[in-house]
Ligand binder design. Structure first.
Ligand SMILES: [Zn+2]
Length: 431
């Protein structure tokens, strides 16, 4: 049988019904997890669990099989006739940052559900099984660590990860995972909960969290790679507090001036690396003196700040991290301060599978859509699947106003274009 014949076996979907299902799910998720400003779906917490329940009940209504896996993720299955074949997986995460947007993560899960539900509605029985994952715990906002849910699936959570305290309650990640039903003993042993050899591919649709698709007037983009990162949640620069009028410059150990110098030097290194063609972004998103003791007339004795570097290249990340450490040491010596670093957190960069990137681009062209590629600046679960050796690919959907805020704005028309591309490659892969 030729590829063209195989493709013709997949029924045309009813796009109006697919869209109606997606819109009702977006609304249901928004209504259930709104916090009055944005939406909050805490990793391994209440809002996230509610989101899983909503998607699960929609899947059951569509006649699909559902279960919770050992990582407490939602798994929806459209069973194929050949159980021997590795299955194709799709999905994304259902947690969010505090006061985040409704589309980050949720879009990929709803896209997958619309595709599985549409195929089920048409009584399409694939040869290869197709599974949708509604993953937990992708956002680093809650425990400092990103991709917790997908990392657990491949036995990649370390004892330090599992001990990470919740940003608000201080409870360790392992307790919060246990609360929602994850098999914490297996996870703590580093036992893979999923056999990566049983997964033929991971396909994830996600809103773009940067401004590129909007700027280039493209409804969708095909992702080529995902930046990894190295981070410290808290670096403390410790100097010496003193009276601002009484201590001369040469006797000062001013933590703010030391941190300002550090940031300025890092910015210079960043620019140099960019000029050499390296991919790199640097952010210090949290910074402050202690509000319980700081004052206009007090030399600051302590500043706490966060450190983050992201790159598509592990080598660039390590090179920049080395520069950061040596700058901390030399500025510390010069200014009589000490930089105290908490645990280094990291996630590896990931390359998307060239074969699947091609399939997505071809599908986009065949549907009369642009097939432009785009790197992902933000991290995604697809990076964990790719680094577990599973061919992985992503579709980005245009979204205005960035992400991780309540103002995310994805148009349903753009989303349905992404769904159409995803449906086409998935249907071809499982037929
Ligand atoms: Zn996301």
């Amino acid at each position: 049988m030729t590829a063209a014949n195989q493709r013709s076996l997949v029924p045309e979907t009813n796009i109006e019904r697919d869209q109606a299902l997606c819109e009702s799910l977006f609304t249901a998720l928004r209504d259930a997890t709104s916090d009055g400003i944005g939406i909050t779906r805490e990793s391994f917490g209440a809002g996230e669990s509610l989101a899983l329940d909503i998607v699960e009940s929609a899947a059951r209504e569509a006649g699909l099989e559902t279960e919770r896996d050992a990582g407490a993720n939602l798994v929806v299955t459209l069973r194929g006739t050949d159980a021997e074949l590795p299955f194709v997986a799709c999905g994304s995460h259902l947690d969010s940052v505090p006061q985040g947007g409704n589309f980050d993560g949720g879009a990929g899960v709803i896209a997958g559900l619309a595709i599985l539900a549409g195929l089920k509605r048409d009584n399409f029985v694939p040869r290869r099984t197709l599974k949708l994952f509604g993953l937990r715990g992708e956002e680093s906002a809650w425990f400092g660590k990103a991709y917790m849910g997908s990392s657990a699936l491949f036995g990649r959570l370390t004892p330090d990860d599992l001990a990470s305290p919740h940003a608000v309650s201080g409870r360790p990640l392992s307790d919060c995972m246990g609360d929602v039903g994850a098999d914490i003993d297996r996870i703590a042993r580093g036992e893979p909960l999923l056999d990566s050899r049983r997964i033929a591919a991971w396909i994830e649709l996600h809103i773009e969290q940067g401004p590129v698709l909007v700027a280039r007037d493209l409804p969708i983009g095909i992702v080529t790679g995902i930046r990894g990162n190295v981070r410290h949640r808290t670096v403390e620069c410790v100097g010496e507090a003193g009276h601002s009028g009484a201590v001369p410059r040469w006797l000062r150990r001013d933590a703010v001036f030391a941190v300002a110098e550090l940031i300025t030097h890092l910015d210079r290194h960043w620019r140099t690396l960019l000029e050499r063609g390296r991919d790199l972004v640097i952010t210090s998103g949290v910074m402050g003196t202690d509000s319980t003791e700081h004052a206009i007339a007090r030399i600051p004795g302590s500043v706490k700040f966060s450190f983050e570097a992201r790159s598509q290249s592990q080598e660039t990340l390590e090179a920049f991290y080395d520069l950061f450490i040596s700058e901390c040491a030399s500025i510390g010596d010069d200014r009589g301060v000490e930089f105290k670093l908490d645990r280094r957190l990291q996630s590896s960069p990931a390359t998307m599978d060239p074969g699947w990137v091609d399939r997505l681009r071809t599908a986009a062209r065949e549907l009369g859509l642009p097939d432009e590629t785009i790197p992902s600046g933000a991290g995604h679960d697809a990076a964990v699947f790719a680094n577990a050796g599973i061919p992985s690919a992503m579709i980005f959907v245009r979204n205005e106003n960035g992400s991780h805020n309540p103002f995310e704005a994805m148009k349903i028309d753009d989303f349905m274009k992404g769904v159409a591309v995803m449906r086409k490659v998935l249907a071809e892969a499982i037929t």
